[in-house]
Each structure stands twice: as C-alpha cells, then as structure tokens.
Design a protein around this ligand. Structure first.
Ligand SMILES: NC(=O)c1ccc[n+]([C@@H]2O[C@H](COP(=O)([O-])OP(=O)(O)OC[C@H]3O[C@@H](n4cnc5c(N)ncnc54)[C@H](OP(=O)(O)O)[C@@H]3O)[C@@H](O)[C@H]2O)c1
Length: 207
C-alpha cells in the first residue's frame, strides 16, 4: 500500500485515484478549489481525504495531475512543500494539433518540472500515454515509466501494480521525452489507423 496525493482534480486524477482507492492505497486529493477537492474525496470513498493546496501533501508519492502549461506555476506555489516527495509527472506536452511537442529539443516536460522542484524530490514520468477514459474503465493496461532514482521508480512501480496495471521501466528521466512523444503517436492512431479513442498501447514479449 502506498500513500498518494493528487494535485489536480480532473479526469486523470479521478481515474487514477479511483483505481488507487480500489487498490487499497491511502489517497489524498488536492485542488485550487477546496470544495471540489472535498467532493471528489467523498465520491472516491475508501477513506480518501481532501488536502490543502500549497501545503505539504500527505502522500509519499505526489501525482501532478495538472496541464503541463500549469505545472511550473503549481510547482512554484508548492516550493519546499514538495521536498523529498516522489513526484509522478503524467503530463502530455504535445501541441494543439497533437503533431509535435511544445518542449525544446534535448529535454522533456518531466525534466523541466524536475528542475523547478526541490533537489530532494524525485520525478518519475508515467501514465501520459494512457487515455484517462480508458484508465477509468478498469482494464489491465501497460504503463510505461521513466526516472533517474531507483528507489523512486520502485515505489512508483509498486503503486502502478496496485492499480491492476503493468509497470514497464523504459530507463532514466531523459527517456521522458520519448514517452511524451508517444502522446502524439496515440492521438495519431486514434485519429487514423485505429479510428477510435477506445485504444491503449501495450508491449508484447515474443518468444
Ligand atoms: N485526459 C487524458 O486522457 C490524459 C492522458 C494522459 C495524460 N494526461 C495529462 O494529465 C494531466 C491532467 O489532465 P486531465 O485530463 O485530468 O485534465 P483536466 O480534466 O482538465 O484537469 C486538470 C486539473 O488541473 C487543475 N489545474 C489547471 N491549472 C491549474 C493551476 N494553475 N493551478 C492548480 N490547478 C490547476 C484543474 O483545476 P480546476 O479543477 O480548478 O479547473 C483540474 O483539476 C495533463 O497534464 C494531461 O496532459 C491526460
């Protein structure tokens, strides 16, 4: 069991938090709108609580569930309150057309968020290449993740497993750029080859 805090109360936070409660984790939800956070905690049940935006989250793992364009300002408002936390960055960094990334070459949204966090926080990129509405349906899915700190990755991996999902480590945090690149790939598949948003990417071992 892990203790998890979600910053952001939208579709992704709700989908992951629902599975987190079902998986027996201690869940806290936090948003800039306190009433909305309380309402989501009540909907989640399972002892989920509503935290106060900008103060030290209860969870050892903090899921940053806000748009990438808001991440820098949210992280700045938290400042040292995120010291020592494992921060899961779930953001997609693709442009409005979903044909490319808004991130400069040589970095990723996750690495930029890591630079803005206290040095003692550890960022793990995960969940960005899974549609929220698919997560909400409860399927067993593959969740690719990347990060530099082995202990942080182990705790995120255990958390992902507790959601009934398969964690797959793709390497260090610079690999987050390529995970973010899977966002446009997923959107392109939905709009073209698969012709549907009811899809998920998965990895097969071939013997
Ligand atoms: N949707 C998907 O299928 C999907 C899949 C993979 C990854 N993602 C990523 O997951 C993240 C969340 O996506 P979502 O679909 O859950 O979005 P969403 O439903 O629009 O929810 C976004 C949440 O972020 C909060 N927020 C936005 N700006 C904020 C700010 N400046 N300060 C505090 N809170 C702020 C919003 O607060 P209010 O409630 O107060 O407006 C809302 O609760 C994004 O980074 C997205 O790229 C999404």
């Amino acid at each position: 069991m892990s203790s998890i805090s979600f910053i952001g109360l939208g579709g992704m936070a709700s989908a992951i938090a629902t599975r987190a409660v079902a998986g027996g984790n201690a869940v806290e939800v936090i948003g800039r709108d306190a009433a909305k956070a309380k309402a989501l905690a009540a909907t989640l049940g399972g002892g989920a609580t509503a935290g106060t935006f900008g103060t030290v989250p209860l969870g050892d793992i903090v899921v940053l569930a806000v748009p990438y364009t808001s991440a820098a300002s949210v992280v700045a408002q938290y400042g040292e309150a995120l010291a020592g936390k494992v921060v899961i960055d779930i953001s997609n960094t693709f442009n409005a057309e979903a044909t490319g990334l808004v991130i400069p070459d040589g970095t990723s949204g996750a690495q930029e968020i890591a630079k803005a966090l206290p040095a003692s926080a550890h960022v793990v990129k995960a969940f960005n290449a899974v549609f929220g509405h698919i997560l909400a349906q409860g399927h067993p899915l593959d969740v690719l993740f990347a990060g530099d700190d082995a202990q942080a990755k182990a705790s995120v991996s255990a958390f992902i497993e507790s959601l009934g999902l398969r964690p797959l480590d793709v390497g260090g945090l610079p690999m987050a750029r390529w995970l973010e690149g899977m966002g446009p790939v997923l959107m392109g598949l939905a709009r073209n080859g698969m012709g549907s948003f009811n899809i998920a990417l998965g990895v097969s071992a071939i013997s």
